[in-house]
Ligand binder design. Structure first.
Ligand code: UDP
Length: 403
């Protein structure tokens, strides 16, 4: 059971009092979140915690998931990649498949919310159903350099919404509707982030045949090319020439991500049976992710593109020194040389990892700064406040609202 009062020791009483006040103002409104997967990936991760907390604050909140077959999720994955700026051909057939499944969902999914809160492109077309309720489109993707064909296609839907929400200023686009900037967050009390006893961390390591006899470098991510797991293996190999260390690459695959198994086999090939590379498939095990992050000496997130990068916030909250690419929402979380190290290449990543492994005091300081930065900016309590202000603002369309 989630209880908002449990957050008082972490963020203070006044933050929780403010949330209660905002919750009261939203009494009588139904907020309906809709996305494309109940688990796997950052959006589901956030909704799993956000929905019960909003309910605890007295806000009537529901969460529905659209349905789609393999071909639909192949197309939406392609959309996701090219919106992130990756090359790829999107055909008329792809758009037809997208529209066909969208029509099915339009027919079968009841959009009963006073506020319908649509996450990402997959359910975007549901807005065709809008009546006199309010509609929000929440874009979790970095669309600063999107494939124009796909963006234009989505734009026809986006303009039907009341407002759009982006994670970082650089992601927003010129739009004829109001835009809000709201970065995501992590929940410090979830299984993924709560404190763990050392025995539990050790038992997760034992279960995965990992010994603590050499420093542990870890990247937790879906097996997705944009997370560059092969680049992480290369960086590790460069570090290994100087420092005897081990690498954990852990990730499951999300239900709406059909590419995972292919990428996993590429990673295995590049690992070439090195016994110090542990490739772990984690079928939705938050305690295991938590334990692996806590057991790490350095956490890496070498993404080529990133929405926000929740894994970075998760590691920083655990006061871990983090090496991560300077992409997407990562620089919001890491101020270079203050709350972690930013990198731009395999060489840059390996240089930074070496530096952290050989300077434990420096690494510790970065981790501590990182934890405070997350406490002040990226915990779910801040996110709840921003979302509730956003909901209220929909009923005050003429006012200018600063979040
Ligand atoms: N995650 C997980 N198990 C895995 C891989 C990832 O629980 O095997 C979690 C990870 O801890 C984080 C989320 O999934 O909470 C991924 O969010 P992020 O923003 O890092 O990336 P996304 O997958 O949304 O691109």
């Amino acid at each position: 059971m989630v209880n908002i009062e449990d957050y008082i020791p972490l963020v203070g009483q006044s933050v929780i009092d403010d949330l209660r006040l905002l919750g009261e103002r939203l009494k009588g409104k139904v907020i309906q979140h809709i996305n494309s997967t109940p688990m796997g990936g950052g959006v589901a991760e956030i909704l799993n915690r956000m929905v019960p907390l909003l309910k605890d604050l007295g806000v009537d909140t529901k969460w529905d998931v659209i349905k789609g077959g393999e071909s639909f999720f192949d197309v939406t994955k392609k959309f996701h990649n090219v919106l992130h700026g990756r090359s790829g051909e999107v055909t008329k057939n792809d758009f037809d498949i997208f529209l066909e499944t969208s029509e099915e969902n339009i027919k079968n999914l009841d959009t009963y919310g006073d506020i319908v809160f649509i996450h990402d492109p997959q359910p975007i077309a549901l807005v065709k159903k809008r009546s006199n309720n309010k509609w929000l489109w929440r874009c979790h993707i970095d669309v600063s350099n999107p494939n124009e064909k796909v963006w234009d296609f989505l734009l026809d839907f986006i303009i039907k919404y009341d407002s759009a929400v982006f994670s970082a200023p650089s992601f927003s686009r010129k739009l004829p509707i109001r835009q809000f900037l709201i970065p995501p967050s992590i929940d410090p009390l979830s299984d993924k982030n709560k404190e763990l006893p050392q025995e539990m961390i050790d038992s997760v390591l034992r279960k995965n045949n990992i010994k603590k006899d050499k420093p542990i470098i870890t990247q937790i991510s879906r097996f997705d090319r944009l997370k560059d797991p092969v680049g992480v293996v290369e960086a590790y190999k460069q570090v290994k020439r100087y420092i005897n260390c081990q690498l954990i690459l852990a990730g499951g695959t999300a239900e709406d991500d059909p590419e995972g198994f292919k990428v996993l086999s590429e990673v295995k090939e590049s690992a070439n049976n090195d016994p110090d590379i542990h490739i772990l498939l984690l079928p939705h095990d938050d305690i295991a992710v938590n334990a692996l992050q806590r057991a790490s000496d350095v956490v890496v997130q070498k993404s080529l593109k990133e929405g926000f990068g929740l894994t970075v916030a998760e590691a920083l909250w655990k006061a871990k020194p983090v090496v991560a690419s300077n992409v997407g929402g990562i620089p919001l979380q890491i101020k270079h040389k203050y709350s972690g190290l930013l990198c731009h290449s395999v060489e840059g990543a390996s240089f930074a990892i070496k530096q952290l492994l050989t300077s434990p005091e420096y690494a510790k300081k970065l981790g501590e700064n990182g934890r405070e930065h997350i406490r002040n900016n990226f915990l779910i309590t801040r996110h709840l406040r921003d979302y509730m202000l956003l909901f209220l603002s929909l009923y005050h369309a003429e006012d200018i609202v600063y979040l």
